[in-house]
Design a protein. Structure first.
Length: 234
């Protein structure tokens, strides 16, 4: 199994922290977000991960080069940001021949068991399986409506009048056929451009009581560092 670790964002809301450190290399405790994700992916049998870069790319490449052990990491630089969906389709040969692949946003922090997602995707038979959490502010997230059988029945990105609080957690299992739904021109975003096309075709599962936070602001970063350390110690 292979995975995309989407790590090319500028981290503008985290400035000035991200003026010198790419968001994926921010440390939570003793480890970077990048390493937390790579270790989690290796733990569910992912053998190769594609990491996309843009902002401060040499730092990410050097960090990856210093790692050892699984998974194998391929770093792909984007001189022009392709968007999260654009990265997938621009590197479709990476998952050629795979029956499924994972894609995760490197700027989220969670202790969700990825094996649950892999098992649900393989059992469900859908083209995509999304993960959801209850958002404290649904206007800042991609909100997903789900039917009784787990099928995605609606999706809206950052709505002014949210239909609920079930939000996209940015952790996906995809069948390679999903790449055929991403059209030129790029950039294209998973939330804005791909997920609306998966309504009625994708399934969703909940993160349940797993920890989850979007490391998007200095306040969120400080909170994650405090809460993650306490969670690890419990």
């Amino acid at each position: 199994m292979k995975a995309f670790l989407l790590a090319a964002g500028l981290g503008t809301r985290l400035r000035p922290i991200t003026d010198s450190t790419p968001k994926c290399l921010l440390r939570i405790g003793s480890r970077t977000l990048l390493d937390i994700w790579l270790d989690a992916l290796a733990g569910v049998g992912v053998r190769e991960v594609l990491v996309n870069t843009h902002h401060l790319a040499p730092l990410v490449r050097s960090h990856v080069a210093a790692r050892s052990g699984a998974p194998l990491v391929r770093v792909v630089h984007e001189p022009r940001l392709l968007g999260s969906a654009g990265t997938l389709v621009a590197n479709r040969e990476f998952v050629s021949g795979e029956d499924m692949f994972l894609a995760v946003n490197a700027d989220n922090l969670t202790d969700f068991d990825l094996e649950t997602l892999v098992d649900a995707h393989r059992a469900g038979g859908a083209i995509a399986t999304l993960t959801l959490f209850h958002a404290p502010d649904p206007t800042r997230c991609g909100i997903v409506e789900v039917g009784p059988d787990g099928t995605v029945t609606g999706f809206v990105e950052k709505p002014t009048a949210p239909p609920g609080d079930l939000a996209n957690a940015g952790v996906y299992a995809f069948a390679p056929g999903v790449l055929d739904l991403i059209e030129d021109p790029l950039p294209k975003d998973i939330g804005y451009d791909l997920l609306p096309r998966l309504v009625g075709r994708a399934r969703a599962i909940s993160l349940d009581d797993a920890y989850f936070i979007d490391i998007g602001t200095p306040a969120a970063l400080a909170r994650a560092r405090d809460e993650w350390q306490g969670r690890r110690a419990s």
